[in-house]
Design a protein around this ligand. Structure first.
Ligand code: HEC
Length: 320
């Protein structure tokens, strides 16, 4: 289980634990100096075991919880430096996804043998510039609010008459199989670079989807009784080197978050989309995730995108 560590709690916890650790180290040092016979006896004694277990526990807790040390500012700087180091577009492998996405967009497929180039992502057939910045949105031809994934699947089915079953079996890429969906999302999202999220919620169905998304965000459940808000409603919270964005309010955190997905995840050696991020957060909550491309996920997406309204898009980014 992941433990959330608010900085002031962490500092208290850490100073307590370090105290124990130091006391433990002192005792062990004394035991060593006291000669082998005595040392053996000491190590056998329940007291020493107690100290040892405490030291182990303290070390594991310090590592496991990613507790902030007293030099929190240094750590922040280091994390920032690390992010800058890996955030080089020329070295970002996710641009391979963008290139594959472009090929897939132009590839004639399906019963109709046509490409996706006439698909309307919201700015008119085939117009990709700025489309991602305004998603999810209401589409009158489908009479529903759709996010990019839903819209792409809809276009595959209607424009191309393409059987999406096989495509859905690769919704998230693996080292051995790329994902058409991830590649297409990377390509299309990249076409909104330099633009800002614009989610005016003018349509009644968009407003309803937003309200559902907000409700889902605060909905607690499953084994841990967590909601998204459990981990994402405090300013400056962090797990290990990972900052937990406060997504309960519009502004900087939500903007930086939403404007940086899709992203190349170094820890997974894969490019990932927001669908994958949400799926993973549900998994962490031990909750069954809403189905891929479902109205539920789109609702959550429109809630998050609205919080990011006005925020710049620069994707694919690169992250831990
Ligand atoms: C147990 C705590 C926890 C819960 C509950 C949780 N998340 Fe997260 N979330 C994380 C962690 C940790 C990360 C950081 C990424 C990583 O390295 O895995 C993250 C990352 C994210 C990100 C991407 C942040 C970024 O800047 O890249 C989004 C968006 C997000 N979560 C949304 C949600 C939503 C929506 C829910 C509810 C469905 C949720 N999270 C529930 C822990 C949680």
């Amino acid at each position: 289980m992941t433990i959330i560590c608010r900085s002031y709690l962490c500092r208290t916890a850490r100073s307590d634990l370090l105290g124990i650790e130091e006391r433990g180290a002192l005792l062990i040092g004394k035991a060593r100096r006291a000669g082998s016979a005595l040392q053996q006896e000491k190590f056998k004694s329940a007291g020493t075991w107690f100290v040892l277990v405490y030291v182990l526990f303290a070390t594991a807790a310090v590592l496991g919880m990613g507790i902030e040390g007293p030099k929190a500012a240094d750590t922040e700087d280091e994390i920032k430096r690390y992010r800058e180091m890996i955030n080089d577009p020329m070295a970002n492998p996710a641009y391979l996804n963008v290139d594959r996405g472009e090929e897939l967009w132009k590839l004639p497929r399906g019963n109709k043998g046509v490409s996706l180039e006439t698909c309307d992502i919201g700015k008119g057939p085939g117009v990709l510039e700025g489309a991602y910045a305004e998603l999810p949105r209401y589409f009158s031809d489908a009479n529903k609010v759709m996010d990019l994934e839903q819209r792409l699947l809809w276009c595959m089915e209607t424009v191309q008459q393409l059987d999406t079953q096989e495509i859905l079996s690769r919704k998230f890429g693996t080292p051995s199989a790329t994902s058409d969906m991830e590649d297409l999302v990377a390509y299309i999202a990249n076409k909104s670079n330099g633009m800002t999220f614009h989610i005016p919620l003018n349509d009644a169905q968009e407003q309803e989807a937003y309200a559902i998304g907000e409700a889902l965000f605060y909905r607690r459940g499953s084994l841990l009784d967590f909601s998204c808000a459990t981990c994402h409603s405090a300013d400056g919270a962090r797990i290990r080197t990972t900052q937990l964005p406060n997504l309960t309010k519009p502004g900087k955190d939500a903007q930086e978050t939403m404007g940086s997905w899709p992203t190349y995840r170094v820890s997974q050696s894969q490019m990932r989309t927001m669908q994958n991020r949400l799926w993973d957060c549900y998994r962490q909550m031990r909750m069954p995730p809403p189905e891929y491309g479902s109205a539920g996920l789109t609702a959550l997406m429109i809630y998050l995108a609205r919080q990011a309204d006005g925020g710049p898009i620069n994707v694919p980014s690169i992250k831990r």
